[in-house]
Design a protein around this ligand. Structure first.
Ligand code: DLZ
Length: 171
């Protein structure tokens, strides 16, 4: 089914575990703040809905999306988190600035995730205009902050399960 046909923020709550023992960081870009704050609200509500406490949710703001990877590393250095969720909104303009920012952020976050073996979640909208952004920040296409939280929960839980697994691998 194409993304135009469904609200991707609908998910099966029963598939997600309790996360009360896990620590989450949220890094929010100040550019397009109306949108990024809506993403943050959806993200926080979802984490809390699955058992995360206020004390285990750490939130910082950065000037723009380009600063998200650096902010993510800083907050992880400070609190040693189970997952870091980055929220931004880069709207296409007359020039190709958006491509440079999006590429840099995607590369930065994937490198952090691999290097630190923990989830650094890409919760950045890359719309053509404000309407597309609003549609994805609590509008007709759901709230991508919710989806970013779900991805963080799934990946943080996967890591815990692998760490706790007694299954012997190899000989
Ligand atoms: C400069 C800039 C522009 C033009 N547009 C956006 C945007 O749509 N969304 C966003 O998050 N940030 C934007 N920025 C700011 C850059 O991400 C960055 O903060 C500055 O270039 C300083 O490094």
């Amino acid at each position: 089914m194409s993304t135009a046909d469904r609200n991707l923020s609908d998910y099966d709550r029963s598939n997600l575990p309790d996360i009360s023992a896990l620590k989450f960081g949220i890094v929010v870009s100040n550019w397009n703040a109306e949108i990024t704050n809506a993403l943050k609200d959806g993200c926080v509500d979802t984490l809390k809905g699955h058992g995360a406490s206020d004390e285990n949710i750490f939130i910082i703001q950065v000037p723009g999306s380009f600063e998200l990877p650096a902010g993510a590393r800083m907050i992880d250095d400070k609190y040693n988190l189970d997952a870091v969720i980055c929220l931004g909104c880069v709207i296409k303009g007359e020039t190709s600035h958006n491509e440079y920012i999006n590429q840099a952020v995607a590369t930065g976050l994937v490198q952090l995730g691999i290097a630190r073996s923990k989830p650094f979640i890409f919760g950045i909208l890359t719309p053509d205009n404000q309407k597309q952004a609003r549609d994805r920040a609590g509008g007709k296409h759901g709230n991508k902050g919710v989806e970013a939280a779900v991805a963080a929960i799934e990946m943080a839980t996967l890591k815990k399960e692998l760490q706790n697994s007694k299954k012997k691998i190899g000989f």
